[in-house]
Design a protein around this ligand. Structure first.
Ligand code: FMN
Length: 339
């Protein structure tokens, strides 16, 4: 049990806007993630019955446990949004985004702006407690010169009833640049044992386990899971869990099957356009180190529809790929989407 939620393990899929939609969450649950997150969903969008916003909530039992992340600027908005979401379906926890540094969110008083308004942030947490499920928050490190500390802010949220808090080891001003401070996140974790999860710069199993070793009760795979689709099962294996060989070091054929399964699911649920986009992104996150991978990625980048991509994948044979002379190249859709 972590943060009031029954989980299999402490390696979880982070909330990622535009990425952690239902099929993606289901895929990572099947790969072993102990818990998955929705992307941040606008509480106001739900309140004003936005169809597109509501679609972000779709998902089924096969992704449970799933935490719903909401963003908004006031206790009333968050409470109204949560009520509508929970009428639609169950979630394991309600999480408030107090971390997003993007101006389109902060200028409305939401996301990381709440780090400057501890009173409002605490009122939001308190208001959400009435739904009777665990209430979580995701915050960033508070800059040292701001007069407040990350620990003080977390203490306010815990006093208001928060069950768990993720700390991303960057300040809002850093956005996604520079190094995340695992040490500072772990400092907060030691101040609140069992109640802090860590996030930031988790690209390899040892990055995720460093947060657990430092005292965090869970660690989030975010951009790392986009660069290496198998980061979560590999981390679980490093932690000593029984992970099937085909997930720890799958053959290229097995990886092709995984990709076809993920994107076939997306095509059926979220649509063809997203299936193609995800397949392109995942081509950079799979087949790493295998001869022929760069050629497959180049061909995938040129595929004009999911149908073309599916045919390319189905017909691509790694055995018949040219031997040698090909360089691995970095394709990182997630980083590109931030620019
Ligand atoms: C494309 C993208 C979308 C993100 N969307 C969200 C979001 O919706 N909610 C949130 O709390 N954090 C979001 N994050 C932050 C991640 O959850 C994570 O905390 C951050 O990327 C740090 O981890 P990393 O350095 O291992 O990627 C996003 C990050 C990226 C790169």
């Amino acid at each position: 049990m972590v943060g009031g939620v029954e989980v299999d393990n402490q390696i979880w899929l982070a909330p990622l806007a535009g990425i952690t939609f239902a099929s993606f969450r289901r895929f990572h649950r099947a790969l072993g993630a102990g818990l998955v997150h929705t992307e941040m969903v606008s509480a106001l969008g739900l309140k004003y019955k936005g169809r597109k916003t509501k679609e972000l909530l779709y998902g089924g039992d096969d992704e449970a446990p799933c935490a719903l992340q909401l963003f908004g600027s006031s206790a009333d908005d968050l409470s109204a949004g949560a009520e509508i979401a929970l009428e639609m379906r169950e979630f394991a926890a309600l999480e408030v985004n107090m971390a997003c540094p993007m101006p389109k969110v902060t200028k409305k008083g939401a996301g990381a702006k709440l780090l400057e308004k501890a009173g409002e942030a605490a009122a939001i947490v308190k208001g959400l407690k009435r739904f009777g499920i665990p209430v979580w928050a995701k915050v960033r490190l508070i800059p040292r010169d701001s007069g407040d500390t990350t620990e003080d802010f977390c203490a306010r949220l815990f006093e208001a009833g928060a069950d768990f808090i993720f700390v991303h080891g960057r300040t809002p001003a850093q956005r996604y640049e520079g190094r995340a401070s695992c040490a500072e996140v772990c400092g907060a974790a030691r101040a609140f044992p069992g109640r802090i999860g860590g996030s930031g710069d988790c690209y390899a199993p040892e990055d995720l386990t460093a947060y657990l070793d430092g005292g965090c009760a869970a660690a989030l795979a975010a951009r790392g899971a986009l660069r290496d689709a198998l980061l979560i099962p590999r981390t679980l294996a490093a932690l000593g869990a029984e992970v099937p060989e085909e997930l720890r070091s799958p053959s290229p054929e097995a990886q092709k099957e995984l990709l076809l399964r993920l994107c076939g699911g997306i095509c059926g649920t979220e649509g063809e356009r997203l299936a193609l986009m995800t397949a392109r992104r995942m081509l950079g996150a799979l087949f790493r180190g295998f001869e022929g991978a760069p050629r497959l990625r180049r061909a995938g980048a040129a595929a004009a529809s999911w149908g073309e991509m599916e045919a390319l994948l189905a017909g691509f044979s790694f055995e018949s790929s040219p031997q040698g002379g090909e360089k691995e190249e970095e394709i990182n859709g997630a980083d590109a989407s931030l620019n």
